[in-house]
Design a binder for this molecule. Structure first.
Ligand code: LER
Ligand code: MN
Length: 271
């Protein structure tokens, strides 16, 4: 089991302890805190030198766990479904750029809110549309040896793929279980949507490819009611060697996040 945390390259996010202007300071902090890798938010590739990012990571002995892609939904309205065909195409092209970058960085690519929001009333058609829109991405990712992570996100943010189990059913059913698509299990969303952590872990099996760490209230672990030791031990016992990646708010305080990340990771490594 490896550990990473969210850092952002171009635009600030509530999930990073560092502003985009302090991206390199964020990488320094990850290294000093004993983490293995960075989860990097990239919105677009205008003026982005992926090789330079790779150099900065290499210099510090860090990897890149996954590329977080969702900022372009808010900033540019990019979405795989529920938008005019030209926007779907532009979104697919953006994901291709993420896949190219991920091939250089040795990371995965997250499909979170940029899949689209859908609605309960149109769920069947929405999932069909999503499966169609993902086909070229799956072909491309497979050729490039990159894993796409479909994130289960709670019902208050999207109507599509809220729980680990519905995400698994979509991957195995609608998508035909491609090797290059895995699940991103975010423990904040799971607390709202999943029947039980143990049940989700068992059902996801090897399709579980990335974990977002945030407590039940999205604060830093230990300030809500999620039992991380029990959950991560159960995950570890399945032979999981992928990432646990911090994506929590800077709460109860930024200072807490900066100080407690390293010691918390050390504790979790002992499980
Ligand atoms: C993204 O990883 C996520 O968890 C979403 O809730 C962001 O809004
Ligand atoms: Mn998440």
């Amino acid at each position: 089991m490896r550990f990473s945390s969210t850092v952002t390259l171009q635009y600030d996010t509530i999930f990073s302890a560092f502003s985009h202007g302090d991206f390199l300071k964020g990488l320094d902090w990850l290294k000093e805190s004993g983490l293995d890798s960075a989860e990097i938010c990239i919105s677009n590739y205008n003026g982005v030198d992926v090789e330079k990012i790779k150099d900065e990571l290499d210099k510090r002995g860090l990897g890149c766990s996954t590329l977080s892609t969702g900022q372009a939904r808010g900033l540019e309205g990019l979405s795989l479904i529920g938008v005019p065909a030209d926007v779907t195409k532009k979104t697919q092209e953006r994901f291709m750029q993420h896949i190219d970058a991920a091939a250089v960085l040795g990371s995965k690519v997250t499909i979170g809110l940029m899949r689209g929001l859908g609605s309960q009333a149109t769920e069947k058609q929405d999932l069909k549309d999503l499966s169609e829109a993902m086909k070229p991405l799956i072909d491309y990712a497979s050729k490039k040896g990159v894993t796409l992570l479909l994130e289960a996100i709670n019902r208050y943010e999207t109507a599509l793929l809220n729980s680990a189990e519905s995400t698994l059913d979509f991957i195995k059913g609608d998508l035909g279980d491609p090797d290059c698509v895995g699940i991103l299990w975010d423990l904040f969303h799971a607390n709202i949507e999943d029947i039980g952590y143990g049940r989700s872990i068992e059902r996801m099996g090897k399709k579980l490819q990335h974990i977002h760490i945030a407590d039940s209230n999205r604060m830093f672990p230990g300030y809500g009611h999620t039992d991380f030791a029990a959950i991560l031990k159960a995950v570890k016992d399945t032979g999981y060697t992928e990432y646990c990646s911090f994506e929590c708010l800077n709460l109860p305080s930024l200072e807490t996040v900066l100080k407690e990340t390293g010691p918390w990771v050390q504790q979790m490594r002992k499980l």
